[in-house]
Design a protein around this ligand. Structure first.
Ligand code: PMP
Length: 423
């Protein structure tokens, strides 16, 4: 089917799963927003490198030098992929969550933080030790800009401030007006970090063009394996901050002081925040995914995803009980991520049935964006509101939703089977 036309084959074979109704089905993974399959090219690159890897940075041997080059070249590849400015740093982290926590750790003293309540918890929660202003959910992209401008207008423009915003929602898939929000932040003397966990796998991200100060994303959503992520952007706050982790690799020199303590001179490069032996394979896999996506061209990926979105939307439109969730309106541009509820059904039961009866893997719950999902469902806060916890039995209204998401490698057959199952 169609993905053959897309020059981005993903790793994997068809996996056959047993169904409770008897028989079996080829598993349809429609949960790319949580973790996407690795690209075949990424896996091939990692396998080709595997026989040659050695310790990085501190080894004198040939393979150590090769690995060090590969690690440092991966940084350059990622910087190019993101359109970084000269002087920007690319720090390899574990994930988007880790990247944003690192930036939270590097905030200058007295920094104010502005964040929409609609954010994923990874963008919402790391700033708890700063002075945080949570902004109400805007119902249009224009409102988002106005809300931010109003909030920033009241602050002291000379003090440091950071805005944190998602590029594409992990719940609705909707695109946020990043360029306009960056302009608003900068007009009021604030910096901005882009949570590109959902944007980068679906859309080109150009840091210089968007004029964002930092960007964060995860390898496992960008068709690379688990365990590595990126924080890229302005060097100054990162260079001035205490190391995120203290240890070897982050320190340039360490010496005993006359008073018995130790004197440490920390690196001022990305290494400052990468103490310990780094995840070289994870970094290399991300760089390989960046190269593969660039070579294939986002145009082909976006066009394919839009086809799939249209297929899903048309199919779901025929089911009157289905309500697709949207903050910015039904026609708002989105990436291949879509959440919905089915009237008369508990979302967790519904998702469980998709898996057990049809072999379709989706996600249910509040998607680690509890305030947003509650806003979208018009719900009152509930306790305990766990991600994915069923609330109520069949036939009762549930305060959670079902999310379907896809991308490179998704065949028409998977989304068609999903639509038939929902029907
Ligand atoms: N931000 C967004 C928008 C996300 O969708 C996610 C993952 N669901 C994250 C941040 C966190 O990513 P990770 O779990 O890889 O740290």
């Amino acid at each position: 089917s169609a993905p053959a036309a897309l020059p981005l084959p993903v790793l994997g074979r068809d996996v056959t799963v047993p169904l409770v109704t008897g028989g079996e089905a080829v598993y349809a993974a429609l949960d790319y927003a949580a973790s996407a399959p690795a690209l075949q090219r990424v896996w091939d690159d990692v396998a080709a490198y595997a026989p040659y890897y050695g310790s990085v940075h501190r080894g004198a041997g040939y393979l150590s030098q090769l690995s060090t080059d590969l690690f440092e070249n991966s940084r350059r590849t990622v910087a190019e992929f993101l359109g970084c400015r000269p002087g920007d740093q690319v720090v390899f982290t574990r994930s988007t969550t880790d990247s944003l926590n690192l930036l939270a750790h590097a905030l200058p003293a007295g920094c104010e933080v502005f964040v929409f309540e609609t954010e994923h918890h990874a963008s919402l929660l790391p700033w708890r030790d700063a002075r945080v202003t949570y902004l109400d959910a805007p119902r249009t992209p224009g409102r988002a800009v106005e809300t931010l401008e109003r909030a920033l207008a009241g602050r002291d423009p000379h003090g440091p401030a950071l805005v944190c915003v998602t590029g594409a929602s992990n719940v609705t898939g909707e695109l946020w007006p990043v360029r306009e929000l960056a302009a608003a932040a900068h007009a009021h003397g604030a910096r901005i970090v882009l949570d590109a966990a959902q944007l980068a796998p679906h859309h080109p991200v150009d840091v210089a063009d968007l004029d964002v100060d930092w960007v964060a994303f995860s390898g496992h959503k960008l068709y690379a394996p688990f365990g590595a992520g990126v924080l890229a952007g302005r060097a100054d706050w990162l260079r001035d901050a205490e190391p995120y982790l203290a240890g070897g690799g982050a320190s340039r020199t360490v010496a005993r002081r006359a008073d018995g303590g130790v004197e440490v001179a920390w690196h001022t490069t990305a290494a400052r925040h990468e103490a310990g032996s780094p995840n070289v394979i994870g970094a290399y896999a991300i760089a390989s995914a960046c190269e593969a996506l660039t070579a294939a061209g986002f145009d082909a990926l976006v066009a394919r995803e839009q086809e799939l979105i249209a297929r899903v939307r048309e199919g779901l439109a025929e089911v009157p009980e289905v309500r697709v969730l949207s903050l910015f309106g039904d026609d708002a541009p989105r990436v291949g991520v879509l959440s919905f509820v089915v009237e008369g059904w508990n979302s967790s039961h519904f998702a469980a049935a998709l898996s057990a009866e049809y072999g379709i893997g989706v996600r249910d719950g509040l998607f680690c964006a509890h305030p947003l999902v509650r806003t979208l469902l018009g719900g009152t806060p509930q306790e305990p509101g766990e991600c994915g916890a069923p609330e109520g039995g069949p036939g009762e209204r549930s305060l959670n939703a079902i999310r379907v998401s896809f991308g490179a490698g998704t065949p028409d057959e998977h989304v068609d089977r999903f639509v038939r199952a929902v029907r």
